[in-house]
Write a protein that binds this ligand. Structure first.
Ligand SMILES: [Zn+2]
Length: 68
C-alpha cells in the first residue's frame, strides 16, 4: 500500500493541542489525518476538507521599457 503523508502547516491537534504535528494521510480513496505526537486519528472522508488552498494566479508585471 502506498500512503501519501503530508504535514498540515499551522494545524493544531484537537487532542493534545500541539502545533504542526498533524499529518494528512491519503491512501487511495481513503483520507484521514493523524497526529504524530499523540496518535490521534480523524477520518476526513465524511466531512469536506476545509481547504484554504485558494488558487493564486501570478501575473508577472512586465514593464514596457522600449529603449530606443
Ligand atoms: Zn495530538
Amino acid at each position: 500500500m502506498t500512503e501519501k503523508r503530508q504535514f498540515i502547516a499551522g494545524a493544531t491537534c484537537p487532542e493534545c493541542g500541539k502545533l504542526d504535528k498533524i499529518q494528512r494521510v491519503q491512501d487511495g480513496e481513503r483520507l484521514w489525518m493523524t497526529c504524530i505526537a499523540c496518535g490521534m486519528v480523524r477520518d476526513l472522508d465524511q466531512q469536506p476538507a476545509a481547504d484554504s488552498g485558494t488558487p493564486v494566479t501570478i501575473m508577472p508585471a512586465t514593464p514596457r521599457n522600449d529603449g530606443h
